[in-house]
Design a protein around this ligand. Structure first.
Ligand code: ATP
Length: 235
């Protein structure tokens, strides 16, 4: 469904993504693990046209998207839950959700989708009129996920959804991701929390200083020595 083929991304002279290739098949949850500064967020930015790769291609549902604008990519069925949530803090929860649906222009569908995301996120329904910036970190994460779903994506990319959340909230976020997958949305997840991500994912990739150094099923990665030492605290 999504593939990166020999992607090289630079910031000025700094060569951050080095020949990155990976793929996500329809219906899968695939995670990308990596330490700080490995290039995880840059991978997401490259997928969404927020930085352009100098070479290589990004293909979504058989179409190259590496030269497309971020708005077109989201309108085309691929949604992003960005790092640090990036909700609009001065707007209400409802206004944030309306912005999530901006690529579509059908009021009846909007109501249907709003109902649907409120079923998945009951806390969001309770707080539609609340100013989004006054919600807790966990609630803001739920809102960011709900907002992404409002574009009716066929695939959702999530950048460190567990960041800064307490263990119980991390569990809630991860079980929600599972539910979203069950509803037919393919998931690509970038995480530092390797144990949670691998418990959820079908497959995973390990990114080290801009290069993919490992790719395997999640269960094999959980027992892999490098993964255990570098990402699972040697457990
Ligand atoms: P973290 O888990 O800490 O968020 P990450 O794996 O997401 O890290 P990136 O944010 O992709 O890492 O950063 C990869 C490298 O690219 C880092 O060395 C970072 O300093 C550098 N970098 C990121 N954004 C820019 C930018 N706009 N200009 C220059 N260098 C950048």
């Amino acid at each position: 469904m999504l593939s990166l083929v020999n992607v090289n991304t630079y910031y000025g002279p700094s060569h951050v993504l080095q020949d990155v290739s990976l793929s996500v098949e329809k219906g899968e949850i695939v995670c990308l693990l990596g330490a700080n500064a490995a290039g995880k967020t840059t991978t997401m930015k490259t997928i969404f046209g927020l930085v352009r790769p100098r070479s290589g291609s990004v293909v979504f549902e058989d179409r190259p998207i590496e030269r497309r604008l971020p708005g077109d990519i989201v309108g085309g069925g691929l949604a992003l839950v960005p790092e640090g949530r990036r909700i609009f803090p001065r707007m209400t929860v409802l206004e944030n959700l309306e912005l999530g649906a901006y690529t579509r222009n059908n009021r009846a569908e909007f109501k249907e989708d709003l109902d649907h995301v409120c079923q998945i996120f009951p806390r969001v329904r309770e707080r539609l009129k609340q100013v989004a910036g006054t919600m807790s970190g966990g609630e803001q994460q739920m809102l960011a996920m709900a907002r992404a779903l409002m574009s009716r994506p066929r695939m959702m990319c999530m950048d460190e959804p567990s960041m800064g959340l307490s263990p119980i909230l991390v569990e809630t976020v991860f079980s929600t991701i599972q539910r979203i997958r069950k509803e037919g949305v393919t998931i690509f997840l970038v995480e530092q929390n390797a144990s949670m991500a691998l418990a959820l994912a079908d497959r995973g990739y390990v990114l080290q200083t801009g290069k993919i150094v490992l790719s395997d099923t999640a269960s094999n990665l959980l027992t892999n020595d490098l993964v255990r030492q570098a990402y699972l605290g040697g457990a």
